[in-house]
Structure formats: structure tokens, C-alpha cells
Design a protein. Sequence first.
Length: 485
Amino acid sequence: MDLVVRTEHGAVRGTVNGEISAFKGIPYAAPLDGPRRFQAPVAPERWDGVRDASAFSASVPQPAIMPGVPPLWNPGDGTDSLSLNVWTPDLGGGLPVMVWIHGGAFLGGATDSPAYDAARLASDGVVVVTVNYRVGYEGFGWVADAPANRGILDQLAALRWVRENIAAFGGDPGNVTIFGESAGATSVAALIAGSAGQGLFHRAIAQSLGNLYSDEDEARKIGELIAGRLDVPATAEALGSVPSEAIHAAQSPVMQEMNADRAAWTNSTAYAVVLDGEVLSELPWEALRSGAARGVDLISGYNTDETKMFTVGLPAEAKDPAAMAQGLRLAPSVVDEYRAGYPGVDDAELYTVMLSDQLFRMPSTWLAEGHAAGGGRSYLYEFSWPVPGLGGALGACHGLDVPFTFGVSESELTAAWFEGTVPPDFEGLSGELRGAWVSFATTGDPGWPAYTAADRSARIWNVPPTVVADPIKPSREIWRHRFPA
């Protein structure tokens, strides 16, 4: 079988495994050489002949961020890293398209992770595209003479590539769903709430939306701190001459300082989507409330125990709800509200609940609320299936939904969670979730009632899946002052 497909920039040859054809490492933008690392993406040059698309491209520059996991990028790796990958069950199918945007706190991440192998998801009847985009300073750091949010501009460039080319891979460019987790969900929210992506996609799924947005002043201050450690001006030309690994070394102490003084900064990481007035003008849930994306269907959701992955190793005495309230700039009385809203839960657990609310659970809920209030069709979910690893201490932690989304039970993500044994619930629950996502991508209906202010229906992903009303009502009411219902 000839797996050659012609794109607008040249022909590519993929591979086939069973009924799924895969095309990897297809460039959607030019290589990241010199100052181009810090400028808006530009189209790749056309190539003659047939380009091999059997292997992933190099990852974008990034530090190692997961202890014990080999780095995704190393100095000297190739610069042709703004690429995407396509999995398709039918090259002539006219199928729904799902475009995945990975997470990684805007510090790391890449599409060559086994966790994002999309063959299983594609076999359910969709064309799946996964996208590399710039992270760290290259993608989101402040540069005086370059646009902000270059990582989001990369995603937009990839979506334009999908619009122009995906029909040749069996996809319907008129039926595109973007989906992503954590920083990927933050990106999804920015794309649907901003104006730049209009017409490039039709539905969106935000899995564990990360509260990673900042104003221009904070982005500039952080950029100046990092560039100051490098002793270079924050321009594309000057930064383009600095090796990426030197930038990674300079950003690390800045991030440590930010974590030590959380009250002084909006975010605890150096990078976030900047409210620049071009990609995004206001927080996504506020923009959606005004009807910014009324014609885009939306699923938004979170995991029950999002931040247990980050707090599980902390001693109990360090999990102080009063200190957490202060760090989140909340009134001291909020701690009493949490105790009343979650009776029987000890302070160490409340600490994790508060952090989960601030980082993921409330932004995800606000997004669903805002879209419904703005007249859009909106769905909410909570992933509550608890991971068995570490004696159950992680609960339904951050990222746990990703293996179920792709149907991949063995990866660097599941190694600790599943401890070498695939849980008996995995196949059934993964099949249910994938079926809902594919149904939504196909028709706009995931199989449970839409979210409205009247009943606040939400899918609870557990065994068996259920539907409940207002699943985290105490938290929603405590945080209502941050986003009026």
C-alpha cells in the first residue's frame, strides 16, 4: 500500500500498523534557528520528492522536568521541531478531526511521548493530530521586539495547516475539535476565547484547565529577571545567540524565587498565556461569558484530586490551609468556609482541596459556566476514578485522565500509577471516555446533559460513569466572588 500523501509543502510517506496509518514529524513551520526561536512562526520551505514521515521530529528546546524520566530534548538536537503527527483509519474517509495540545506547565512536553500514541483513539473513527509547540522562554517569555504567546501562535499555525491539508489524510476540515490537558487545556481555553482561532475549529475539550494566565507587566518583569541573569537584552537577535540550555539554567533560580514569594506573583511558574490583547484580551471564562465563542461546543472538566500528585510528599504540618489561603490571596475566613463545606475532612486534605480548586477545579468550572452563560453549548465533567498506585494516596490526581483519553495503559505516566499491572477498570472506563470524546467530536453531543445554571449537570467519570448536579458546590460557592454566577 502506497502511503504517500501530498501536502501544500510537499509529499510525505507514512507507515501503517493494522488499520491505522501514521505520518510523523511533518513540519508546519520553519526550523527554530537563531532569532527565529523567538519570533512568530513562519511557513516551512517546500521540499521536492517524498519526505519520510515514519519518525517523530526532535522536540522543542526544554529542560528535563520529570525526575527519573529521560529528557525530551538535549543540546544539539535538530531545530526542525515545529511539527505535527497524524493518525488516520481511512485516508479517504472525511472523518472528524481531533487536534491534541499537550500539557507540561508551558515548561516542557512533546508529542513523541508514548502516552500520546493516538492509534487507539483514531481506531474509534477519527483522524487525530498531535502538535509540538514552543514552550519555556522560546514560547512564552517576554521579548521586546517579538509577539507574546509564540507557543499559541505555533498552535494556530498548526491549525491552519490542518485546515489546508487534513482532507488528504481522511479528515474533514469542517469538523475539527481541539483538545488538551493542563497547559494544553489552558491553550484550548485561550484559543476558543480569543479571536485569532475563529474558523479553525468547531469544538473544544479542556481537560484540567490550568490557571496559567498573566498580564503583560508580570510577563515583562519575569522576562527581565531571566534576561538579566543572561546579561543580554531581551530581543530576538540577542536571545537567539544564547544557547537554550543557558536560558534553562537562568530561569530555574527565578522560578525558585517566585515559589518562595507566591503572593507577589500571579503564577508559580515563569510562563503563562499573556493577556496581550492579540491572542487573548481577558481571562477565558470572562470572554466566554460575553458570547465570544457561542458557536463552538465545549467540554470542560477536572480530576477530583488534581494536586495530590504535587502534595503527596509534603509532611502533614506543611499542609496548612491558613497559609494556603494567604498564598492564594484569600481572606482568612475562607478556611472556615472550607471546613464547613467539607465536614470531616482534615486540614491536610483541605490544603490539597484548596490548591486543586485554585489551579484546576475552579477554572475548569468557570469555563463551563462562562460558556453556558454566553449562549454556548457547554458540558462539565469530573474524573474521579482513583489511581491504585502508592497505596491509593494519589486519588484521581492530575494527568490521570490522559491514559484513558488515548487508551494507552503503559507509558511514563502510568508506570508509578499502575505499578506494572493494568487495573481491571482501565479498558472499560477508557472505552467509555473515548466513546464520549469521539461522539462529541462527531456530533457535539458527548452523551450527558449540557451544563446550565439551573441544574449544573456533570458527568462523573468512574466505574460506572454517572451524572450528578453541581459536584463541587461548596468550592463553587466559596469562590463565587472570583467569578459571579
